[in-house]
Design a protein. Structure first.
Length: 90
């Protein structure tokens, strides 16, 4: 099982803003107010944008050292000459 389920400031902020937008859209949908409903939908999208911006600012999930090492190894394998590769068949 995964040990980290996105418990980061970026994830929490994005989800909380989106949840507020969901509640606003739900209330205005029941109240038969299209403007309020679409405003709530806009807040939902705002939550995604804010969460993404916070992730880009470094407040999201950090990459594990194993993932970084595996990515570097894969990049090295991709850049080796064809004659030096052991997996190339004639």
């Amino acid at each position: 099982m995964a040990s980290d389920h996105g418990h980061t400031p970026a994830a929490w902020t994005g989800v909380i803003i989106s949840f507020i937008g969901f509640c606003v859209a739900g209330v205005f949908m029941v109240a038969d107010n299209p403007f309020g409903f679409w405003a709530g939908c806009a807040v939902i999208l705002l939550g995604a944008v804010v969460g993404g911006a916070m992730r880009l600012a470094g407040l999201g999930k950090k990459e594990s050292p194993d993932l970084v090492r595996a990515r570097e190894e894969a990049a090295r394998k991709d850049h080796t000459p064809e004659t030096a590769r052991a997996d190339v068949h004639a």
